[in-house]
Design a protein around this ligand. Structure first.
Ligand code: NAD
Length: 285
């Protein structure tokens, strides 16, 4: 049975629009049958928010799944991202149009700058982001995008962007998971009403053998994935769990009734041994 649309919690964004508080991740879900079936399973299970990126190379198959699901467009929330090779005013406009074409959509719900400081722009990332952002603002005006945001931006990247931005980013998508807590940028975004999306909310698999996570899963009678997602909500984050396995896709929706104690939340926040965020000013791509 499909989950009713109004059963999914939403967050309010700083532009007044709402966003489903859980999204479906698609990184490394292979273009073609794999990601097509995964997205169909997710939509069937009740997800309404899909997270992709031009870099993932799977927008076309995701577009097909969206079409074939038969779900009305206005019930869906679709995000994609501007890749590192498409920064600039004209380039960003062209990249967005290409994404819309591959996704077979007239508009995007959310478009993000994927990384703040790509290696090929290392000496001029400030101007690159400003130019891309200006194009994105115009595409909001033109009705091609509802909401714009960023990903992997730290405080200094946002401060720089805000010098020229007319629209404050509504979302920052960051690596956030049990044991991966980026205090400074989290506090900054909360202060500005910027929704924090959590990428790799399951620690990319690293959590599944962690003793603290296993003990808490046992205590609450849930799975490690479900505990991690409940923790994400306890922090006000918007997790984007990825799976291509229908049973896990369903499992990752079924955490919404978990109420973690304060003590357990602290224990989860501070677990050790999970790979942290990359330094966006030193990435090699
Ligand atoms: P994730 O933390 O969602 O972990 C996914 C892994 O966990 C997969 O290998 C999957 O097999 C496994 N898994 C999923 N559910 C499970 C379950 N219930 N039980 C056992 N194993 C399970 O990692 P991710 O894919 O890196 O991140 C999620 C999404 O975040 C991505 O798909 C993508 O949409 C987004 N993302 C964004 C960025 C960015 O730079 N903005 C970077 C990475 C990922």
């Amino acid at each position: 049975k499909r989950m009713e649309e109004n059963e999914m919690k939403t967050y309010q964004m700083n532009n007044g629009l709402t966003i489903p508080a859980l999204g479906f991740g698609t990184y490394l879900s292979k273009d073609g049958e794999e990601v097509y079936q995964a997205v169909l399973s997710a939509l069937e299970a009740g997800y309404r928010h899909i997270d992709t990126a031009t870099f993932y190379g799977n927008e076309e198959s995701i577009g097909r799944a969206i079409q074939d699901s038969g779900i009305p467009r206005e019930e869906l929330f679709i995000t994609t991202k501007l890749w590192n090779d498409a920064h600039g005013y004209e380039e960003a406009k062209a990249a967005l149009q290409d994404s819309l074409d591959r996704l077979q959509l007239d508009y995007l719900d959310l478009y993000l700058i994927h990384w703040p400081n790509p290696v090929q722009l290392r000496n001029r990332w400030q101007a690159a982001n400003a130019d891309s952002w200006r194009a994105m603002e115009e595409m909001v005006e033109a009705g091609l995008i509802r909401t714009i945001g960023v990903s992997n931006f730290l405080v200094h990247h946002l401060e720089e962007l805000l010098k020229t931005a007319k629209i404050i980013p509504a979302v920052n998508q960051l690596r956030l998971a049990p044991g991966v807590y980026q205090t400074e940028i989290i506090d900054y975004c909360k202060d500005k009403g910027i929704v924090l999306e959590a990428w790799s909310p399951l620690g990319r698999g690293e959590l599944f053998s962690h003793p603290t996570m296993l003990a808490l899963a046992e205590k609450y009678g849930k799975t490690v994935a479900q505990i991690a997602l409940a923790w994400s909500w306890s922090q006000g984050f918007l997790p984007l769990p990825k799976s291509v396995t229908p049973s896990r896709i369903r499992e990752n929706l079924n955490f919404q009734d978990i109420l973690l104690s304060e003590e357990d939340i602290t224990a989860i926040t501070t677990i050790e041994g999970v790979t942290g965020a990359y330094d966006p000013d030193n990435i090699s791509f």
